[in-house]
Design a protein around this ligand. Structure first.
Ligand SMILES: *[C@@H]1O[C@H](CO)[C@@H](O)[C@H](O)[C@H]1NC(C)=O
Ligand SMILES: *[C@@H]1O[C@H](CO)[C@@H](O)[C@H](O)[C@H]1NC(C)=O
Length: 444
């Protein structure tokens, strides 16, 4: 471009452009001469700044409303019907994912030796058993119910006897997360206790449309976060830089609560859940990122094995990445309603066995995902339960070879490769809750 451009008259050049230009030059000189105060950008790492630019356009993925009151009440009704059918008087839970699910009582409520119980009976009656001196604090919780009865117990009596007396229940079902002392106490008070049934477990493992929307929102956002990291990670960065930037990105997006991450370089990933820290990324190494957070209590869990733009690994390692991808494809194609969990795990395992890495695929294919990061259904070789419509489970095969084992395979250093997407079970097959699968280590 010719300066000044022909379209700009001489008058504008002398009166506006030249003085403005001179002013800018003076400002730049001033900035160089005087030390500038610590700017905001010096508090954010270059990795975070770079990744945020790619991630920010995806923030709308998180615009999903929390579970509504009517849905909580519907869950309580469905539970009551199943309790009635099972011939038990009531379902009893301590603060846990189950109380989050049925009554919006957070699982983060601190469990002490003094029982605080949520009780829903076969008629749909909602009751809490609370230590008398805690009643005020517990009443402040954002609990959802139609009509609540509160049974308070004082320190001079057994809470379980207070419950037995107050309800007249003879047989109750105990939540899978309730402590043994609760079951023992109830039995001592003369109430028969039975474990949580598969039918009642599946009330929570089968997701509603609103739950699916939340899981889709947080999981597709989590994938976008991994993609934004991939575009900005460089050889020479440390594992801690990746971890810190990940946390900062989730926090900036407003979903830092519940955040966790594994960022493993090269042979460090040979242990599926990591080991040593403080590594610096070298040329020829994969980066395994396994990461998640929460949106209104619903969890994300996504893994990608990536390479920085322009970086490479040996053809040998690329071939192993492809084997893991093929194993994930096999798992995905079996994730339809009615398929046995063990058969889905087996389908992914066959691919890896045929490629000669069977013994290096050391964990199950996946686990359910919802209010808990790991929940039923579990996709492993021992579980013959069949997947149900609208359940959600991760599909995450992997191959892990330590540096000691690498010698047997004619390789110099160990490695670990895993790819993970949470999947919604439908009649016709699995639907990705991340929105898309990895295309390559450079396009996760
Ligand atoms: C559930 O609890 C959360 C956190 O306390 C609260 O923000 C939300 O409004 C509650 N939901 C309902 C339906 O009451
Ligand atoms: C609430 O439940 C109690 C105990 O079952 C019952 O006596 C009462 O009538 C109920 N109240 C309403 C408004 O449903």
């Amino acid at each position: 471009m010719v300066y000044p451009p022909a379209s700009i008259s001489n008058r504008i050049f002398w009166k506006v452009l030249l003085p403005t230009g001179l002013f800018c030059v003076l400002l730049a000189l001033a900035a160089l001469t005087y030390p500038s105060p610590k700017s905001k950008s010096s508090l954010t790492s270059p990795l975070e700044t770079c990744a945020w630019n790619h991630l920010e356009p995806h923030l709308s993925l998180l615009s999903v409303p929390p579970i509504r009151r009517s849905e909580f009440l519907g869950r309580q009704k469905a539970l009551a019907l199943e309790l009635d059918a099972a011939g038990v008087d009531a379902f009893i839970a301590e603060p846990s994912a189950s109380t989050s699910y049925y009554a919006n009582i957070s699982s983060s409520f601190h469990l002490s030796e003094r029982p605080f119980l949520m009780i829903i009976d076969k008629d749909g009656q909602f009751t809490t058993l609370v230590p008398k001196f805690e009643a005020g604090r517990i009443a402040k919780l954002d609990m959802v119910f139609d009509n609540k009865t509160t049974i308070t117990w004082i320190e001079e009596e057994s809470p379980y006897e207070a419950l037995a007396r107050g309800t007249g229940y003879e047989k109750v079902m105990i939540d899978e997360h309730a402590r043994f002392m609760i079951a023992a106490g109830l039995q001592k008070a003369g109430i028969e206790v039975v474990p949580m049934s598969e039918t009642i477990q599946s009330l929570r493992s089968i997701k509603s449309l609103d739950e699916i929307a939340l899981l889709k929102g947080i999981n597709s956002f989590t994938l976008a976060l991994v993609q934004s990291l991939q575009r900005c990670i460089q050889i020479g960065m440390t594992q801690e830089e990746v971890i810190d930037a990940s946390q900062a990105l989730f926090t900036r997006a407003g979903v830092g609560h519940g955040f966790w991450v594994l960022a493993l370089f090269g042979d460090q990933a040979a242990l599926p859940h990591g080991g040593e820290t403080g590594r610096t990324l070298q040329e020829g190494e994969f980066v395994l990122i396994d990461i998640g957070s929460e949106l209104h209590g619903y969890c994300s869990d996504v893994t990608r094995t990536i390479l920085p733009t322009g970086a490479t690994v040996s053809d040998d390692l690329m071939a192993v990445w492809q084997i893991v991808w093929d194993a994930q494809s096999a798992g995905l194609s079996h994730m339809h309603a009615g398929e046995a969990c063990s058969a889905i795990d087996g389908a992914s395992r066959d691919v890896i066995k045929r490629a000669g890495y069977g013994q290096y695929y050391t964990h199950r294919l996946g686990h359910g995902l919802g209010l808990e990061g790991h929940e039923p259904p579990y996709l492993n070789g021992a579980n013959d339960q069949k997947l149900k419509l609208a359940e959600v489970a991760t599909n995450e095969p992997g191959i892990y070879v330590t540096t000691e084992e690498a010698a047997f395979l004619g390789k110099k250093v160990g490695f670990g490769i895993r790819l993970e997407d949470p999947i919604l079970v439908t009649e016709n097959g699995g639907v990705l809750l991340t929105g898309s699968r990895a295309q390559s280590p450079w396009n996760p």
